[in-house]
Design a protein around this ligand. Sequence first.
Ligand SMILES: Nc1ncnc2c1ncn2[C@@H]1O[C@H](COP(=O)(O)OP(=O)(O)OP(=O)(O)O)[C@@H](O)[C@H]1O
Length: 367
Amino acid sequence: MKISRLRLVHYRNYTDETVEFGDGIQLICGKNAQGKTNLLEAIYYCSTMRSHRTLQDQHLIQKEEASFLIDLSLQRGRQKEQLRVCVNEKGKNLFIHRNPILRVSDFIGEVNAVLFCPDDLQLFTASPKVRRRFIDIEISKLSRRYTQTLAMFQRLLRERNALLKQKEPDLVYLQVVTERMCACEMVILQQRHAFLNELFVFCQPFYSHFAQDDTSIGFEYHTVLDLDHLKDEQLLKEKYEKGLVRDQMSGQTNLGVHKDDVIFTIEGKNINSYASQGQKRTLLLSMKLAITAMIKEKLGEYPILLLDDVFSELDAHRCRQLMEVLPQDMQIFISSAQPIEQEMLAGKVADVFEVTDGTIQRRVLDE
Ligand SMILES: Nc1ncnc2c1ncn2[C@@H]1O[C@H](COP(=O)(O)OP(=O)(O)OP(=O)(O)O)[C@@H](O)[C@H]1O
């Protein structure tokens, strides 16, 4: 998958800018606060329908404007696709080849993008919700069934919580909702567990490449059922039955996959208490690269990789190691405020763009 052309209108500090991209590495250079991250954010927005920096679409609209527009020309093998995203205060209007797409979930996944950015390090220290969101976003790039099941589970959970808040809820209906939730949860927790297992199989070689030692990395998945009983739907239903009085007293559902967490480990120890900042960064980057490799294996083509400010996060040696490991046939956007020299690219060819105050110019790399 590759973006051949991008137009941003009233998006953040871009008034009306069109740029054509090539294959392989696309270096997005420029001083601080010129619009490099905004460009990567716009691409990521088309992939997930939300920004990685704000939950409010209004923040993405250029100051004093009423809406923004992103036009994106996408190439998948020989197929070309034209995507349009218009956002105003009323919401999102989405088009594929000028045909309106009414459900946001039908648009998500058209652009498959994996993002690495400096704030991602919070993944390890943030609340379990952030780690669940990370897992959910990444699995939804691989499985539409997962996205749909998760959406269904979230609807049922809201419904169950509303029933639990009633003084005299319809207990028969409550049980129907609970049983439907359990069915969704079996899919979700099995897919989460399988994804994490596979992620770390793909991740270990990347980590070893960067660390140049045999440090082992891993994870512990904490969910509502023991790992030996991940397929035991009956056990899950019994847990809900046992927890019903507590749920009614608190007016909410106290157990389920919406409470899951994952702990990342290095040498079997919790990454937060054991690893250096450099090791955390290396693990995170390895995880993102592993996800691109998983997508290639499962869907037959690489996603678009967005590396925001990655060079400032790594020392010169790791930068070279990163360039060496990036596949030739993946389109990769790398933003950098630091000057980039040919030597840093480890022999790779790159298209170079200079971003200045919301404008983008193609340029030649310094020797
Ligand atoms: N809604 C908006 N309207 C207009 N300008 C905006 C809006 N949101 C952000 N900006 C501007 O975008 C610029 C920041 O762009 P961006 O975050 O892409 O910087 P950057 O080039 O990645 O910088 P750095 O190298 O420091 O990360 C700032 O000048 C900011 O004021």
